[in-house]
Design a protein around this ligand. Structure first.
Ligand SMILES: NC(=O)c1ccc[n+]([C@@H]2O[C@H](COP(=O)([O-])OP(=O)(O)OC[C@H]3O[C@@H](n4cnc5c(N)ncnc54)[C@H](O)[C@@H]3O)[C@@H](O)[C@H]2O)c1
Ligand SMILES: [Zn+2]
Ligand SMILES: [Zn+2]
Length: 345
């Protein structure tokens, strides 16, 4: 089968690889119909993720058709149309029983990291009963590919952890796919202000189309004073960090109002200053989270009911044979205006 293989920092190629086989009774083999590329795949290619070793097939998002199941799989059978969760979970360990699937002792984020992933014609999914979701008939596959990772990430790590509430004010720093997914799902709760901040004017224009009430370019605008003006001098109830660099976390520390929450979503590779000399008296909360994908069944229903239209995030599409070009397009988002690229296999 064709697969996109990581060969160490900066190196990847499209290759012929053997089709995966069942290894444990809880496994399923899924024939991928659509997959996509995540910002985290770019982190891997920069060498930021040492758990991902050379020779690994990348990808942790996708939809497909079940090809084969192990003897212990009860929820799925060959021919079923399924959504693949970016988080693999056994449903039985202590963390899974607490809903913290991201820390499953036999899973977590393994796909396209510790085991071969979804940027291929077939993938092996361990603990298939809890790591796949049945797709309702007639559902839009493009929308569903957005549910493997970015929608649950924005919702769980940003909106839920950030305690977005009716009438509240929210600032989202970073208008990439994750920041935009956070913007879409924050609107479930009818906050009165959602302020998006980025350096890329195209992404800010998309944010306005997706429901942002205000957008600021932090490379140009005095963001802190503008946000204070919009919030009676207080700052925002929820400041969501969706970039993953020290400067944007520091900005969230300046934007949060007394009693508010800083919800970190970004993957950080460098240490960040915590300004307790400013924040100690402000009654704030800081949260961190690796997405658990516990909200995926709820998000599937909202997509099915068209209350959420994540297919709006798809800007480009490619065949699997052109995946190197898809990577190129996704990596040069400022020029190509790419948000999510869908790869048809
Ligand atoms: N916590 C989790 O479970 C989880 C899951 C998936 C992704 N992530 C992380 O979320 C983050 C966002 O992901 P993405 O795919 O949207 O990434 P992305 O790189 O596509 O988007 C980041 C955005 O931040 C903007 N930006 C960069 N520097 C900035 C600055 N100084 N000020 C304002 N904006 C700035 C960029 O223009 C871009 O639009 C990444 O760090 C990713 O690894 C976390
Ligand atoms: Zn991802
Ligand atoms: Zn578990």
């Amino acid at each position: 089968m064709k697969a996109l293989v990581y060969h160490g920092p900066g190196e990847k190629s499209l290759e012929d690889r053997p089709r995966p086989a069942l290894q444990a009774p809880g496994d399923a083999i899924v024939r991928i119909t659509k997959t996509t590329i995540c910002g985290t795949d770019l982190h891997i290619l920069k060498g930021d993720v040492p758990t991902c070793e050379p020779g690994r097939i990348l990808g942790h998002e996708g939809v497909g058709i079940v090809e084969e199941v192990g003897t212990a799989v009860g929820a799925f059978k060959p021919g079923d149309h399924v959504l693949i969760s970016c988080i693999t979970s056994c449903a039985r360990c202590e963390y899974c029983r607490r809903g913290i699937y991201s820390h499953c002792v036999e899973g977590g984020w393994v796909l396209g990291n510790r085991i071969d992933g979804t940027q291929a014609e077939f993938v092996r999914i361990p603990h298939a009963d809890n790591s796949l979701h049945a797709i309702p008939p007639g559902a839009d596959e493009d929308a569903l590919v957005m549910l493997s990772d970015i929608l649950p990430t924005g919702y769980e790590c940003g909106v839920l952890n950030g305690k977005v509430a009716p009438g509240s004010s929210v600032a989202i720093v970073g208008a990439g796919p994750i920041g935009l997914a956070t913007l879409l799902t924050a609107q479930f709760y009818a906050p009165t202000r959602i302020i998006m901040i980025d350096l890329d004017d195209n992404r800010l224009a998309v944010a306005r189309k997706f429901g942002a009430t205000d957008t600021f370019n932090s490379g140009r605008d005095p963001v802190v004073s503008l946000v204070r003006e919009l919030t009676d001098g207080k700052g925002v109830d929820t400041a969501i960090e969706a970039v993953g660099i020290p400067a944007t976390f520091a900005l969230c520390e300046e934007l949060v109002a007394p009693g508010g929450v800083i919800a970190n979503v970004g993957v950080h590779g460098a240490k960040v200053d915590l300004h307790l000399e400013e924040l100690w008296s402000r009654n704030i909360t800081i949260t961190t989270r690796l997405v658990d994908t516990v909200s995926t069944p709820m998000l599937l229903k909202t997509v099915e009911a068209k209350r959420l239209r994540p297919e709006q995030l798809v800007t480009h599409r490619f065949a699997l044979s052109d995946i190197l070009e898809a990577y190129e397009t996704f990596a040069r988002a400022a020029d190509t205006h790419a948000l999510k690229v869908v790869i048809d296999t």
